[in-house]
Design a protein around this ligand. Structure first.
Ligand SMILES: Nc1ncnc2c1ncn2[C@@H]1O[C@H](COP(=O)(O)OP(=O)(O)O)[C@@H](O)[C@H]1O
Ligand SMILES: Cc1cn([C@H]2C[C@H](O)[C@@H](COP(=O)(O)O)O2)c(=O)[nH]c1=O
Length: 231
Protein backbone atom coordinates (compact mmCIF):
# COMPACT_ATOMS: atom_id res chain seq x y z
CA UNK A 1 0.00 0.00 0.00
CA UNK A 2 1.54 3.30 -1.07
CA UNK A 3 1.94 6.06 1.49
CA UNK A 4 2.33 9.80 1.76
CA UNK A 5 4.85 10.34 4.55
CA UNK A 6 5.95 13.73 5.83
CA UNK A 7 9.36 13.68 7.53
CA UNK A 8 9.71 16.87 9.49
CA UNK A 9 11.93 18.56 12.02
CA UNK A 10 13.76 21.81 12.53
CA UNK A 11 16.39 23.07 10.14
CA UNK A 12 19.65 21.13 10.28
CA UNK A 13 18.23 17.93 11.76
CA UNK A 14 19.11 15.67 8.83
CA UNK A 15 16.04 15.76 6.59
CA UNK A 16 17.95 16.10 3.31
CA UNK A 17 20.39 13.42 4.40
CA UNK A 18 17.49 11.06 5.05
CA UNK A 19 15.96 12.02 1.68
CA UNK A 20 19.20 11.02 -0.06
CA UNK A 21 19.40 7.78 1.93
CA UNK A 22 15.83 6.81 1.12
CA UNK A 23 16.40 7.49 -2.56
CA UNK A 24 19.53 5.35 -2.44
CA UNK A 25 17.80 2.46 -0.65
CA UNK A 26 14.81 2.38 -2.96
CA UNK A 27 16.95 2.66 -6.10
CA UNK A 28 19.15 -0.15 -4.81
CA UNK A 29 16.07 -2.39 -4.93
CA UNK A 30 15.37 -1.45 -8.55
CA UNK A 31 12.49 0.85 -7.70
CA UNK A 32 12.17 3.79 -10.07
CA UNK A 33 11.93 7.18 -8.42
CA UNK A 34 12.07 10.87 -9.08
CA UNK A 35 13.71 13.47 -6.84
CA UNK A 36 12.28 16.96 -6.39
CA UNK A 37 13.33 20.00 -4.43
CA UNK A 38 12.67 23.72 -4.24
CA UNK A 39 15.04 26.55 -3.24
CA UNK A 40 17.82 24.28 -1.98
CA UNK A 41 20.66 26.33 -0.48
CA UNK A 42 23.11 24.75 -2.95
CA UNK A 43 21.22 26.14 -5.94
CA UNK A 44 18.61 25.19 -8.46
CA UNK A 45 17.75 21.58 -9.26
CA UNK A 46 19.98 20.02 -6.62
CA UNK A 47 19.18 18.25 -3.36
CA UNK A 48 22.06 18.79 -0.93
CA UNK A 49 22.88 17.66 2.59
CA UNK A 50 25.27 19.34 5.03
CA UNK A 51 27.07 16.00 5.23
CA UNK A 52 28.37 16.73 1.74
CA UNK A 53 26.21 14.44 -0.38
CA UNK A 54 24.02 15.83 -3.12
CA UNK A 55 22.08 14.66 -6.14
CA UNK A 56 20.42 16.17 -9.17
CA UNK A 57 16.77 16.94 -8.64
CA UNK A 58 13.86 18.51 -10.44
CA UNK A 59 13.18 22.05 -9.26
CA UNK A 60 9.52 22.47 -8.28
CA UNK A 61 8.07 25.64 -9.81
CA UNK A 62 4.72 26.90 -8.50
CA UNK A 63 3.03 25.86 -11.74
CA UNK A 64 4.40 22.30 -11.75
CA UNK A 65 1.56 19.80 -11.73
CA UNK A 66 2.82 16.56 -10.17
CA UNK A 67 -0.20 14.60 -11.37
CA UNK A 68 0.27 15.64 -15.02
CA UNK A 69 4.01 15.06 -14.91
CA UNK A 70 3.82 11.55 -13.47
CA UNK A 71 0.80 10.55 -15.57
CA UNK A 72 2.73 11.60 -18.68
CA UNK A 73 5.68 9.47 -17.57
CA UNK A 74 3.35 6.50 -17.13
CA UNK A 75 1.78 6.91 -20.57
CA UNK A 76 5.30 6.84 -22.04
CA UNK A 77 5.92 3.49 -20.39
CA UNK A 78 8.00 4.85 -17.51
CA UNK A 79 6.21 3.77 -14.39
CA UNK A 80 7.36 5.58 -11.26
CA UNK A 81 7.34 3.81 -7.90
CA UNK A 82 8.28 6.61 -5.48
CA UNK A 83 8.91 10.35 -5.22
CA UNK A 84 11.39 12.12 -2.95
CA UNK A 85 10.17 15.66 -2.26
CA UNK A 86 12.65 17.81 -0.35
CA UNK A 87 12.03 21.34 0.98
CA UNK A 88 8.34 20.45 0.73
CA UNK A 89 7.38 23.36 2.98
CA UNK A 90 7.77 25.52 -0.12
CA UNK A 91 5.33 23.50 -2.28
CA UNK A 92 1.85 24.89 -2.80
CA UNK A 93 -1.16 23.26 -1.06
CA UNK A 94 -2.44 22.26 -4.54
CA UNK A 95 0.82 20.44 -5.22
CA UNK A 96 0.51 18.56 -1.93
CA UNK A 97 -2.99 17.49 -3.00
CA UNK A 98 -1.58 16.26 -6.31
CA UNK A 99 0.97 14.20 -4.36
CA UNK A 100 -1.77 12.65 -2.23
CA UNK A 101 -3.71 11.77 -5.38
CA UNK A 102 -0.65 10.03 -6.85
CA UNK A 103 -0.47 7.88 -3.73
CA UNK A 104 -4.16 6.97 -3.81
CA UNK A 105 -4.75 6.54 -7.52
CA UNK A 106 -1.37 5.47 -8.88
CA UNK A 107 0.05 3.63 -5.84
CA UNK A 108 3.19 5.78 -5.80
CA UNK A 109 5.02 6.23 -2.50
CA UNK A 110 5.63 9.89 -1.73
CA UNK A 111 8.31 10.77 0.82
CA UNK A 112 8.20 14.47 1.65
CA UNK A 113 10.76 16.28 3.79
CA UNK A 114 10.55 19.76 5.26
CA UNK A 115 10.31 22.11 8.18
CA UNK A 116 6.83 22.68 9.50
CA UNK A 117 6.99 26.26 10.77
CA UNK A 118 8.68 29.46 9.72
CA UNK A 119 10.72 31.93 11.78
CA UNK A 120 7.47 33.38 13.18
CA UNK A 121 6.31 29.89 14.30
CA UNK A 122 3.62 29.89 11.62
CA UNK A 123 3.07 26.81 9.51
CA UNK A 124 4.19 26.99 5.89
CA UNK A 125 1.13 26.45 3.64
CA UNK A 126 2.73 23.35 2.06
CA UNK A 127 3.56 21.85 5.46
CA UNK A 128 0.09 22.56 6.79
CA UNK A 129 -1.44 20.63 3.88
CA UNK A 130 1.04 17.80 4.37
CA UNK A 131 0.13 17.52 8.05
CA UNK A 132 -3.53 17.50 7.07
CA UNK A 133 -3.18 14.86 4.34
CA UNK A 134 -0.21 12.64 5.14
CA UNK A 135 -0.69 9.01 6.12
CA UNK A 136 2.10 9.60 8.62
CA UNK A 137 4.06 12.57 9.88
CA UNK A 138 7.35 11.45 11.27
CA UNK A 139 9.54 13.74 13.35
CA UNK A 140 13.19 13.00 12.68
CA UNK A 141 15.00 10.98 15.31
CA UNK A 142 18.20 13.02 15.20
CA UNK A 143 17.51 16.10 17.28
CA UNK A 144 19.10 19.43 16.60
CA UNK A 145 19.91 21.20 19.83
CA UNK A 146 19.39 24.68 21.23
CA UNK A 147 22.53 26.39 22.56
CA UNK A 148 21.32 25.45 26.10
CA UNK A 149 21.36 21.74 25.31
CA UNK A 150 17.61 21.23 25.10
CA UNK A 151 16.01 19.78 21.99
CA UNK A 152 15.53 22.54 19.42
CA UNK A 153 11.94 22.94 18.28
CA UNK A 154 11.93 26.36 16.61
CA UNK A 155 13.74 28.03 13.72
CA UNK A 156 14.80 31.58 14.53
CA UNK A 157 15.85 34.06 11.85
CA UNK A 158 18.80 36.26 12.67
CA UNK A 159 19.37 39.41 10.63
CA UNK A 160 22.61 41.31 11.16
CA UNK A 161 23.07 39.46 14.44
CA UNK A 162 19.57 40.10 15.82
CA UNK A 163 16.64 37.71 15.99
CA UNK A 164 13.66 39.02 14.03
CA UNK A 165 9.99 37.98 13.99
CA UNK A 166 8.82 40.00 11.01
CA UNK A 167 9.69 39.73 7.34
CA UNK A 168 9.11 37.66 4.23
CA UNK A 169 8.21 34.05 4.89
CA UNK A 170 10.75 32.70 2.41
CA UNK A 171 14.39 33.72 2.68
CA UNK A 172 16.76 30.92 1.70
CA UNK A 173 19.65 30.62 4.13
CA UNK A 174 21.67 28.43 6.45
CA UNK A 175 22.18 27.96 10.15
CA UNK A 176 25.21 29.95 11.36
CA UNK A 177 27.90 28.95 8.92
CA UNK A 178 30.59 31.35 10.07
CA UNK A 179 30.34 32.99 6.67
CA UNK A 180 28.99 36.36 7.82
CA UNK A 181 25.68 36.04 6.01
CA UNK A 182 23.25 38.93 6.57
CA UNK A 183 20.39 36.49 7.15
CA UNK A 184 21.05 33.35 9.13
CA UNK A 185 18.96 30.90 11.09
CA UNK A 186 19.45 29.41 14.54
CA UNK A 187 17.49 26.52 16.00
CA UNK A 188 16.25 27.15 19.54
CA UNK A 189 14.12 25.48 22.20
CA UNK A 190 10.72 27.14 22.72
CA UNK A 191 11.78 28.85 25.92
CA UNK A 192 14.68 30.61 24.24
CA UNK A 193 12.70 31.30 21.08
CA UNK A 194 10.05 33.06 23.18
CA UNK A 195 12.69 35.08 24.98
CA UNK A 196 14.48 35.84 21.70
CA UNK A 197 17.58 34.49 23.33
CA UNK A 198 19.93 33.35 20.59
CA UNK A 199 23.38 31.98 21.38
CA UNK A 200 24.81 35.40 20.61
CA UNK A 201 22.40 37.14 23.01
CA UNK A 202 23.05 34.52 25.71
CA UNK A 203 26.77 34.97 25.39
CA UNK A 204 26.43 38.73 25.65
CA UNK A 205 24.23 38.40 28.75
CA UNK A 206 26.57 35.90 30.39
CA UNK A 207 29.48 38.29 30.24
CA UNK A 208 29.27 40.36 33.39
CA UNK A 209 31.47 43.44 33.84
CA UNK A 210 33.45 41.42 36.45
CA UNK A 211 34.60 39.07 33.71
CA UNK A 212 35.76 41.75 31.34
CA UNK A 213 38.15 42.30 29.67
CA UNK A 214 38.36 38.58 28.74
CA UNK A 215 38.09 37.74 25.09
CA UNK A 216 34.41 36.95 24.40
CA UNK A 217 35.34 33.84 22.46
CA UNK A 218 37.01 32.40 25.53
CA UNK A 219 33.93 32.79 27.72
CA UNK A 220 32.20 29.44 28.25
CA UNK A 221 28.73 29.20 26.75
CA UNK A 222 26.17 28.65 29.53
CA UNK A 223 24.92 25.07 29.43
CA UNK A 224 21.65 25.82 31.15
CA UNK A 225 19.50 28.92 30.73
CA UNK A 226 20.14 31.61 33.30
CA UNK A 227 17.43 31.60 35.95
CA UNK A 228 15.22 34.63 35.98
CA UNK A 229 13.33 36.13 38.86
CA UNK A 230 10.01 35.02 37.33
CA UNK A 231 11.11 31.36 36.74
N1 LIG B 1 30.75 17.37 10.12
C1 LIG B 1 29.68 16.65 10.46
N2 LIG B 1 29.82 15.47 11.07
C2 LIG B 1 28.75 14.72 11.41
N3 LIG B 1 27.49 15.09 11.15
C3 LIG B 1 27.30 16.25 10.56
C4 LIG B 1 28.37 17.10 10.17
N4 LIG B 1 27.84 18.20 9.58
C5 LIG B 1 26.52 18.04 9.62
N5 LIG B 1 26.18 16.87 10.20
C6 LIG B 1 24.85 16.31 10.44
O1 LIG B 1 24.02 16.69 9.40
C7 LIG B 1 22.80 17.23 9.91
C8 LIG B 1 22.25 18.20 8.90
O2 LIG B 1 21.86 17.45 7.77
P1 LIG B 1 20.94 18.04 6.62
O3 LIG B 1 20.43 16.84 5.88
O4 LIG B 1 21.70 19.04 5.84
O5 LIG B 1 19.79 18.74 7.49
P2 LIG B 1 18.39 19.36 7.08
O6 LIG B 1 18.06 18.93 5.67
O7 LIG B 1 17.42 18.83 8.08
O8 LIG B 1 18.53 20.84 7.21
C9 LIG B 1 23.21 17.83 11.24
O9 LIG B 1 22.14 17.86 12.16
C10 LIG B 1 24.25 16.84 11.72
O10 LIG B 1 23.62 15.76 12.37
C1 LIG C 1 12.68 29.08 9.22
C2 LIG C 1 12.69 29.47 7.78
C3 LIG C 1 13.52 28.85 6.88
N1 LIG C 1 13.54 29.23 5.59
C4 LIG C 1 14.45 28.56 4.65
C5 LIG C 1 15.90 28.53 5.06
C6 LIG C 1 16.43 27.32 4.33
O1 LIG C 1 16.80 27.72 3.02
C7 LIG C 1 15.19 26.40 4.26
C8 LIG C 1 15.25 25.25 5.25
O2 LIG C 1 16.24 24.36 4.84
P1 LIG C 1 16.79 23.15 5.76
O3 LIG C 1 17.31 22.18 4.74
O4 LIG C 1 15.65 22.60 6.56
O5 LIG C 1 17.87 23.71 6.62
O6 LIG C 1 14.07 27.21 4.56
C9 LIG C 1 12.68 30.21 5.14
O7 LIG C 1 12.66 30.53 3.94
N2 LIG C 1 11.84 30.82 6.02
C10 LIG C 1 11.81 30.50 7.32
O8 LIG C 1 11.05 31.11 8.08
Amino acid sequence: MAELVFFSGTMDCGKSTLALQMDHNHRARARRGMVFTKHDRAGEAVLSSRLGLETDALEVADDLDFWDLIATQATHGRAIHYLICDEAQFYTPDQVEQLARLVDEMEIDVFAFGITADFRTQLFPGSRRLIELADRTQVLQVESLCWCGRRATHNARVVDGHMVVEGAQIVVGDVASGQDATVEYEVLCRRHYMRRMTSHAARAQAVSPDLLPFDLDLCPLPQRPARRADD
